[in-house]
Design a binder for this molecule. Structure first.
Ligand SMILES: [Mg+2]
Length: 256
């Protein structure tokens, strides 16, 4: 057994949209059967832990809500460490609102607040941008769940939170603190829940620039899978390589 626990990406690693990746499902089933700890880590801020664990369960993947760390949950954990119970102005969807409410923060509609927290908001308006900018100019700290510039959808690549939040950064001149992969913040949040040492775990993911970078930045071994974004042909050109790479997780079954 190479590692005592795993952090696992979702999109492109466990599923593609609504289609499960069978080798990944079998892999996680075996982890579950062996009692090996694992957690899922996603930059998706719009969905709740419950929604995501339900989606995984529907695909036959054993997952509890507690085993899912979204960038919204990581943002709430991070902010708790800075200022428990602070007031937050939110731009985002259900997953972000739930995570911050569950974290004990007071969600305000006022531009006099401690934090402006932004996740992807597909109902963004000028007024929301205006309030966020005013709050930041009054001294609120600016936090984003993730900096993904584009997100893959059935329609093609659509604007991600990094693109939407750049409006605020450009207007105020304030760069946000990002929580999601490849930043170490979300990794530390997941690690604290997993309760294992960094040297005992590996991060599994399909996207070199988010998942594998997150592992490298946090000092955690990485396992790259070629079931999603990054293609095997890109590997020779990468300066810092993943610790391991496999076509899919069936290849890693022998090591668990
Ligand atoms: Mg992915």
């Amino acid at each position: 057994m190479k590692y005592k626990g795993y952090l696992i990406d979702l999109d492109g690693t466990m599923y593609r949209g609504s289609e499960p990746i069978k080798s990944a499902r079998d892999f996680v089933k075996k982890l579950h059967k062996n009692g090996t700890p694992y957690m899922f880590i996603t930059n998706n801020s719009s969905r709740s832990q419950k929604d995501i664990s339900q989606k995984l369960n529907d695909m036959g993947v054993p997952a509890t809500q507690e085993q899912v760390v979204t960038s919204s949950v990581a943002a709430a954990m991070y902010l708790k460490g800075l200022n428990q119970g602070a007031s937050c102005y939110l731009l985002g969807e259900k997953g972000l609102h739930e995570a911050l409410e569950d974290g004990g923060f007071s969600i305000t509609d006022d531009d006099n607040c401690d934090f402006v927290v932004m996740g992807i908001d597909r109902h963004i308006t000028y007024e929301k941008y205006a309030k966020a900018c005013l709050a930041i100019r009054k001294g609120a700290a600016f936090i984003v769940t993730n900096s993904d510039t584009a997100i893959p959808t059935e329609r093609g690549l659509l604007p991600g939170n990094g693109a939407l939040s750049s409006v605020i950064a450009v207007s105020t001149g304030v760069e946000p603190i990002a929580v999601g992969k490849p930043e170490p913040v979300i990794m530390e949040a997941a690690l604290s829940k997993l309760g294992l040492e960094k040297t005992d775990i590996a991060m599994i993911g399909d996207n070199y620039h988010t998942d594998i970078r997150a592992g490298i930045n946090a000092g955690i071994d990485t396992i790259m899978v070629f079931t999603g974004v990054t293609r095997k042909e890109e590997l020779p050109g990468l300066e810092k390589k993943p610790t391991h790479h496999v076509a899919d997780l069936r290849e890693w079954m022998a090591f668990i």
